[in-house]
Design a protein around this ligand. Sequence first.
Ligand code: NAG
Ligand code: NAG
Ligand code: NAG
Ligand code: NAG
Length: 451
Amino acid sequence: MWFLYFLALDLIPMGNTLIIKNDIGRLPALGWNSWNAYHCQITEKQFITAAEKFVELGLKDVGYEYVNIDDCWQVKDRRDSVTHRLIPDPTRFPDGIKGTADKIHKLDLKIGIYSSAGTLTCAGYQASLGYESIDAATWAEWGIDYLKYDNCNVPRNWADECRGCLPDPMKEVIGKNGTCNTDLCPAGYDYSKSNTAKRFRIMRDALLAQDRPILYSLCEWGTAGVQQWGNSTGSSWRMSDDINPTWSRIVNILNQNSFYLNNVDFWGHSDADMLEVGNGLTVQQSRSHFALWAAMKSPLLIGTDLSKITTDQLEILKNKYLLAFNQDNVYGKPAMPYKWGTNPDWTFNASFPAEFWAGESTAGTLVLMFNPFERSDNKTAVWGEVPGLKEGGKYHVTDVWTGKDLGCLEKELELKIEGHDTAALLITGECGSNHATARKAVKGMRFFGDW
Ligand SMILES: *[C@@H]1O[C@H](CO)[C@@H](O)[C@H](O)[C@H]1NC(C)=O
Ligand SMILES: *[C@@H]1O[C@H](CO)[C@@H](O)[C@H](O)[C@H]1NC(C)=O
Ligand SMILES: *[C@@H]1O[C@H](CO)[C@@H](O)[C@H](O)[C@H]1NC(C)=O
Ligand SMILES: *[C@@H]1O[C@H](CO)[C@@H](O)[C@H](O)[C@H]1NC(C)=O
């Protein structure tokens, strides 16, 4: 099928999904973004520092590759009057974005850029609605590898006729207590026909027309039923409003995303927003945030100043078991809740999300037990409750945080879990079975080896 092979070398939408050459976007993106650390206060130096730190701290070796510029990189109030191109801020980026891109590429890393599907970005800079082809071509020429496309300053003629969450069995509770609960569209509404979907598709097609593969990250804040059209439009789509470095916000997003995970597989990832590890969370909270984001197969974009990161935080971001789960080449589905815990199963509760999670991977079954309380709590992973494991079975268990082999455990494992912390276990195989046939152990972290 040589002709299919040739087609697959280009950036083309295939069936339900956006397929980009070189497997770009097949797995969740790993990288760094400037917003959570610096907001609008950016200069080229921060991006070069982030890239150098990727190399120095071993983050590159475990798969982090994108260094992404967020809002405020361009001249604020005008485009080039002749070419209508966006103009990089000459003070912040003295060598232009192309100059920064060249430096990042020299370190064998990739660079991302930012714009909005509106007239201005969220911080009021020039944005791309109506200029999609010009901007996509400009970015391709500069050597851009990733676009985060935001949703601010949408003109009235582009407003949606109605807004809302995906109509599904959870709609009632999400409609009452979730974020996108205003002006719900009538049951059966096809959100792929919404103006929001159209605005994001125009940029997809502009990127597809370039002779450079560019990962397309939708930042439509979980609105306009993106679960219906995200997979065919971008490599990832945001499922909520912005994150911030407070525990309540992180838990709130976790709760929402736990209802959207059926839509996640290879090539399409529900983006729970960028990481806040390093921005004031406790070690326990950082562990829970990272473990659950990795398990949900969210893109993992670090959002802190890497020159100030502590050893504890770095170890969390480099956890090889969680990264291997997030980047698994064979299993595309995320971990899912198998039991809520404090609340009855399927309860939508912004402060007390599902606590018991499991997912399949090449290395084995990942089991997470999350403690939403401030006090420590004992929790038990009962093998018979975990999808794929047998009641009363005996399993080899590894502690994902310490790498310690916990041995061969029958029926269950009870652990004391500190407040806001998450126990993470990897069940690598049944005891007594031939070790050679047990699942492949986690190997070195070369995720992108096949091309
Ligand atoms: C997205 O598209 C890919 C490729 O067609 C498919 O493997 C995946 O299951 C799709 N995801 C959903 C949620 O439909
Ligand atoms: C969320 O769950 C907690 C724990 O069960 C409960 O105390 C609280 O009332 C719930 N909140 C809402 C809004 O239902
Ligand atoms: C939704 O919120 C209301 C009021 O805050 C609360 O009474 C109700 O229990 C919540 N419902 C769910 C399913 O969490
Ligand atoms: C909690 O679990 C620990 C094992 O991690 C165990 O030693 C302890 O007895 C348990 N506490 C209670 C109250 O069951």
